[in-house]
Design a protein around this ligand. Structure first.
Ligand code: ADP
Ligand code: MG
Length: 229
């Protein structure tokens, strides 16, 4: 059994009288430690696929198993716990809360945890590893785009997730800063993190072990690019 099994996912959206079939029988298997890039043109369904993979959205048909858990047979609360235990999310627009400092943003997921957690030391360490020492108490508006992205990465990592999901994490960054962020992902993958990253930048394939090409909601091709380290 693969770590992540995606089986014949179908998703339609209703817009007035029109129905768009956004994902069509999408299937793939991800093993632990792999780095998948989901590529495809704008509107091909990449973000929808990632949100379903992250159990933030439900498919109309199909099944996703993660570590033997059938995501869409879990209750609402179980699914929230699954996300906290297994997943870190990084979004294109960072999604930092503007009225919280960098450190407070990183600690945000720990507040959602049912048990009281003190992760302040870990959060400071993560900020340090990501090159943000001295910026802990800055607000997002006082940080550059690349720094905000790294805060978002630290926040995604604070619960030590097995899986990192990222939707165009470099979409709002200049190419040099984008490359720095990709190097962080690459290093995390080298340390064993399983990553699924959406991108429309084909240069990012060099970092991945696998690529899945989507077009109009269909899997065009799945490619193995290199072996897991
Ligand atoms: P991508 O990330 O590849 O650009 P998306 O997954 O965001 O593609 O969108 C795929 C298609 O689904 C688009 O046509 C988009 O308009 C449509 N879509 C996405 N989310 C919704 C929604 N919540 N309601 C209606 N249509 C949606
Ligand atoms: Mg998208």
């Amino acid at each position: 059994m693969a770590f992540i099994e995606v089986e014949k996912i179908n998703k339609k959206f209703q817009k007035g009288k029109n129905t768009t079939h956004v994902l069509k029988n999408v299937s793939f298997n991800v093993q632990k430690g792999e780095f998948w890039v989901v590529a495809g043109p704008s509107g091909s369904g990449k973000s929808t696929l990632l949100s379903i993979l992250g159990s933030l959205n439900e498919p109309d048909e199909g099944k996703i198993m993660v570590d033997g858990l059938d995501l869409f047979s879990l209750s609402h609360d179980e699914r929230a716990l699954f996300r906290l235990n297994y997943l870190g999310f990084v979004f294109q627009n960072f999604h930092l809360l503007p009225y919280l400092t960098a450190l407070e943003n990183v600690l945000l997921p720990t507040l959602a945890y049912p048990k009281k957690l003190n992760k302040k030391d870990e959060a400071l360490e993560l900020l340090k590893i990501l090159g943000l020492s001295g910026k802990e108490n800055k607000y997002p508006r006082e940080l550059s785009g690349g720094e905000q992205e790294r805060v978002a990465i630290a926040r995604a990592l604070i619960m030590e997730p097995d899986i990192l999901l990222a939707d165009e994490p470099t979409g709002n960054l200049d190419s040099k800063t984008g490359e720095e962020v990709l190097n962080i992902f690459s290093e995390l993958n080298r340390q064993g993190k399983t990553i699924v990253m959406v991108t429309h930048n084909l240069a990012h394939l060099q970092y991945a072990t696998h690529a899945l090409f989507l077009k109009d909601g269909e899997v065009l091709e799945i490619k193995t690019l290199k072996e897991v380290n």
